[in-house]
Design a protein around this ligand. Structure first.
Ligand code: FEO
Length: 171
């Protein structure tokens, strides 16, 4: 059993990760409608990864006898007016998730919960990668998004992304 505050924050994080998956599905839908299947693929894989994140926290809580309460997942309510708006919303969201993970880490640190800190190390690294990926997408779109041929090639590049299960495994 973990410290109550740490446990409550982990519980909230399950919801945030599932919401992230929902948000990325919405982004997948935006690009699917745009006919940019590579971008749509990229966000579909993001959505799968977010579910993985939620499941890792869920399993960690179960393994540590924490009470789990599944709350309603909010609906994504952003209306995207351009491709760039989607990409920027993705980066903003990842920065928000990073702050949220750091808040849990801080709570664990304060009560010397070394187990949870070690568990969260993977998420801290993952968030760094997620933010880098989101920034790279924005940079590429700034450079190539206004030229149809370049946009086509960028779309092809993103179409090649494949899903990989997370490197962190919990039994
Ligand atoms: Fe699970 Fe994209 O943070």
């Amino acid at each position: 059993m973990l410290n109550k505050k740490v446990s409550d924050l982990l519980n909230e994080q399950i919801n945030k990760e599932l919401y992230s998956g929902y948000l990325y599905l919405d982004m997948n839908n935006y690009f699917d409608k745009r006919g940019l299947n590579g971008f749509a693929n990229w966000y579909m894989i993001q959505a799968q990864e977010e579910r993985d994140h939620a499941m890792l926290i869920y399993k960690y809580m179960q393994n540590n006898d924490c009470p789990i309460k599944l709350e309603a997942i909010a609906k994504p309510d952003k209306k995207f007016k351009s491709d760039m708006e989607v990409l920027q919303a993705g980066l903003e969201h990842e920065e928000y998730v990073t702050a949220s993970i750091h808040t849990i880490y801080d709570a664990a640190y304060k009560v010397k919960d070394f187990r949870t800190m070690q568990f969260l190390d993977w998420f801290v690294k993952e968030q760094g990668e997620e933010e880098t990926n989101a920034r790279d997408m924005i940079t590429k779109m700034e450079l190539f998004g206004s030229d149809p041929k370049s946009l086509y090639m960028l779309n092809q590049e993103l179409a090649a992304r494949t899903y990989n299960a997370p490197s962190l495994v919990l039994d």
